[in-house]
Design a protein around this ligand. Sequence first.
Ligand SMILES: *[C@@H]1O[C@H](CO)[C@@H](O)[C@H](O)[C@H]1NC(C)=O
Ligand SMILES: *[C@@H]1O[C@H](CO)[C@@H](O)[C@H](O)[C@H]1NC(C)=O
Ligand SMILES: *[C@@H]1O[C@H](CO)[C@@H](O)[C@H](O)[C@H]1NC(C)=O
Length: 429
Amino acid sequence: MSLLGCTKSGFILCVGVCLVLLALNNITQPEDGTSILSEIIECGYYPGELCKSLFEGKPAALVVGNLCQEALMPTKKPLPTILDPKKNCSTLIGELHFITKPLSEEEAGNPLAFILTIHKNLEMFLKLFTAIYTPQNIYCIHVDQKSPKDFSQAVQKVADCFPNVFIATKRETVVYAGISRLQADLNCMEDLVRYDSPWNHVINLCGQDFPIKTNREIVDYLKSKWNGKNLTPGVKQPDHIKYRTQISYKEFVHKGKSYVYPTKKGKGDPPYNLTLYFGTAYYALTRDFVQFVLSDKRATDLLEWSKDTYSPDEHYWVTLNRIKGAPGSIPDAGWEGNIRAIKWRDQEGINHSGCTGHYVRDICVYGLGDLQWLADSPHLYANKFDPLRYPLVTDCLERQYRRRVLIGAEVPIEDDWHLPDEYGLLTYP
Ligand SMILES: *[C@@H]1O[C@H](CO)[C@@H](O)[C@H](O)[C@H]1NC(C)=O
Ligand SMILES: *[C@@H]1O[C@H](CO)[C@@H](O)[C@H](O)[C@H]1NC(C)=O
Ligand SMILES: *[C@@H]1O[C@H](CO)[C@@H](O)[C@H](O)[C@H]1NC(C)=O
């Protein structure tokens, strides 16, 4: 039986056995991966054993996992055929394993709002969205104006299946590090404050995020640690960041190319002589603060002033949340708040021991060897993932995640809520 003839699930099943063989034989470095693979190809076993060992950082699991992943790449899973007219909402909801009831009273009573800004990679969007979806929360999806048509249509079709999910009414062509990225969030906020749902916090996510804490854990974390407060980790603008707001930048968009470039024009002080802060563009904000952002003169003037700065989303939220008297603000806040697990290249050796995937714009796209670090991370979400490049990373994560979500449920679990293969993990607690 050839490797290419092996289906994805069959192949992963086989790899589970391979791992066991490796463990039994005490082999840590196969000399020739292919011969091991061909030996195990006709066996059957749960993939959970492999994922579990990867989360524990076992070296043998990494060897096998990486072989497996390389074999998976050319025969990557076909995208779910969302746009197939035969697929109606009930089939989509079942096949994608959406959880269709609140899993606890605590969560039902504390709905969250989400802003998802996405532009491509339907597979990753579906993994993220099916992981974070709950019927009591509310989701605004900002689909980039420049997204491929079939991508936008597929997202729209999924959104149309739920009363609590919608596409942003105003869509931007998002330019990396430009004001359009910030504007996309604001467009969703305009929609969300009008929405008749008692959400208390809004969290923003992008298409390469994945949750590492469950909805229940996030609700508890926000209530216990950040009750009525906004979470925007950051510090006073450091000197090496000042270039971003000292000169005027412009967005360029033309024929599929887009970027932000510096002009020769200098900029004056920010309005109201606001002290600029610098930090993460990811946040959890209270509803009152969102109202403040959309209507307070300091907020709207700072937005206007920020329109020609570099990466304004990395100073806007952080700066507004340090204004005394702004709803839920924390004027003396620093980097605290576990909003996002990110392996920055410049933190290698400080906060992490390297990236086993690869870096994109100095941020790690996680590989298999990063799973253990992710499992131990205190953060709510992690960034970045690419299931086309590292399929096992997201497969393992989403199964472990769903398992944890269902274990925490206080209502009867429906069959469709289980992901295929998830039992592999359940078998080895
Ligand atoms: C959805 O499609 C399935 C399978 O084609 C069919 O059995 C079901 O009746 C449809 N449901 C609705 C609500 O149309
Ligand atoms: C703005 O603040 C800076 C220092 O924070 C100060 O030097 C400057 O005089 C202030 N400008 C105005 C117009 O108040
Ligand atoms: C990075 O590591 C330092 C020192 O261990 C720690 O104080 C800091 O909180 C860490 N930062 C992040 C973002 O994890």
